[in-house]
Design a protein around this ligand. Structure first.
Ligand code: MN
Length: 199
């Protein structure tokens, strides 16, 4: 099965001014597209894993043939992470969380302000490239989880609820070294309805 770049659910400039068109053009159209292309290439030498859905390539990566395992993990992780990231944002979004995720935040992190502060600390503190997640454990506990490089909660037996890309390519064109400003702006485009589908 050939993996494909998913259609972006909004226009490239729809997240402005928080994430600009130029950033989206490269991030979605070059970086994500490149990961999809590399994933398809890595799967050519991956035996039956070539037919697995993207989630299984992350969850059961240890069962991918050793010679292509690392390449598949990196590219499958990046493909899944970006696909999720796009759906969890949108124009005219942000604001206070609503619905089930609002209850989760209140129960697990006291309130939205302290949740955002903890998420910000995790995102600014992540050294190098990676992603910051809100993940649900098999026991139903919710955690903020900074993970390096292509790693995602599925690779750790957890369920992904919300995610922020903190690779430099996600913000450098618009924010340069100011990762904290990008993090703060990102809350304005979080699509809580989509997040609620994953709680
Ligand atoms: Mn990215």
């Amino acid at each position: 099965m050939r993996h494909e770049l998913p259609k972006l659910p909004y226009a490239l400039d729809a997240l402005e001014p928080h994430i600009d068109r130029r950033t989206m053009t490269f991030h979605y159209g070059k970086h994500h597209a490149g990961y999809v292309e590399s994933l398809n290439k890595a799967l050519e030498k991956a035996g039956s894993a070539a037919h697995w859905p993207i989630e299984d390539l992350c969850r059961k990566n240890g069962k991918v043939p050793a010679k292509s395992r690392t390449a598949v993990r990196r590219t499958a992780g990046q493909h899944l992470n970006h696909s999720l990231f796009w759906t969890l944002m949108g124009p005219n979004q942000g604001g206070e969380p609503r619905g089930p995720v609002a209850d989760v935040i209140k129960r697990s992190f006291e309130n939205f302000a302290s949740f955002k502060a903890k998420f910000r600390e995790a995102a600014t503190g992540l050294f190098g490239s990676g992603w910051v997640w809100l993940a649900r454990t098999p026991r139903g506990k919710f955690e903020i989880l900074p993970l390096p490089d292509e790693e995602n909660p599925l690779m750790h037996g957890l369920h992904a609820v919300l995610v922020l890309d903190v690779w430099e390519h996600a913000y450098y064109l618009q924010y340069q070294h100011r990762r904290p400003d990008y993090i703060d702006a990102w809350w304005n485009v979080v699509n809580w309805d989509e997040v609620n589908k994953r709680v």
